[in-house]
Design a protein around this ligand. Structure first.
Ligand SMILES: [Zn+2]
Length: 251
């Protein structure tokens, strides 16, 4: 999915732990500083990420940096494999770093949270899922973010702290494109921009409060990891979603 000049969202669909989902890592390659990847897919997705890059006329070895929006498995899954293959520098927020590096258990990998789903899985899948939960992927975070940085790549990328979905969730605003890479702070559902998923968000009041942090940016389009692209007056919609008195959907 083309986002702008030298900016593309990959669309990767796979079944993971019994659930089919489509995710959208972002590839940026404007300028001479090589390729930036925002979020790194599920575990095992290095080959499909490489195919996505090849389709854009890029090479895996062109990837110089990986910006993670947060610690969830579907975002960090192939970061270590990518890092090992390319030597890319990995960036993430300080509050999610100990989870991403394996020092703490990923906040959503609490086995209690998964018990019902695990029970419903076929035996082989359940075994794989337990294995994944006991030793989830990790990667070393080289550049530690705090929010408020201006990263000097592709015409400048603002880091916006948006805690709530996880403690260290960040969004990235690509200035030259007016593009907000929202991670899981926002979703697109049935063509409409929606707030973070109730089921998957650790601290919903914090996640809603964080949306205000986005309003300072002149956003013309939003790319959500789940749901994809939205460009119909996104700032007005984010302002609505940031209002804590608005009722939330059930997902
Ligand atoms: Zn996600």
């Amino acid at each position: 999915m083309r986002l702008g000049e030298c900016a593309e969202a990959l669309e990767l669909t796979m079944s993971f732990m019994g659930m089919k989902s489509t995710i959208h890592p972002v590839v940026l390659w404007e300028g001479r500083e090589g390729v930036t990847l925002i979020d790194a897919g599920f575990p095992g997705q290095l080959p499909v990420i490489e195919s996505g890059l090849t389709a854009l006329g890029l090479k895996l070895m062109d990837v110089r940096r990986i910006f993670l929006t947060h610690q969830d498995l579907d975002h960090i899954g192939s970061a270590e494999a990518l890092q090992a293959a390319t030597g890319a520098e990995v960036s993430a927020h300080a509050a999610d770093k100990p989870y991403i590096e394996g020092e703490k258990r990923l906040v959503k990998m609490d086995p209690g949270r998964w018990e019902d789903r695990l029970k419903a899985m076929p035996e082989k899948l359940r075994h794989q899922a337990r294995l994944m939960m006991s030793s989830p992927p990790t990667v070393k975070v080289k550049r530690v973010l705090h929010g408020g940085e201006l990263l000097p790549f592709h015409g400048g990328i603002d880091v916006i702290a948006t805690p709530g979905h996880t403690p260290g969730h960040v969004c990235y605003f690509v200035k030259s494109q007016g593009l907000l890479v929202a991670g899981d702070a926002l979703r697109v559902e049935k063509g409409e921009l929606a707030g973070p998923s109730l089921n998957a968000t650790s601290d919903m009041p914090a996640a809603i409060a964080s949306l205000k942090n986005l309003l300072a940016c002149p956003i013309t389009a939003v790319l959500c990891y789940h749901g994809g692209y939205f460009d119909r007056d996104p700032v007005a919609r984010i302002r609505e979603l940031a209002d804590p008195t608005v009722p939330r959907g059930s997902k």
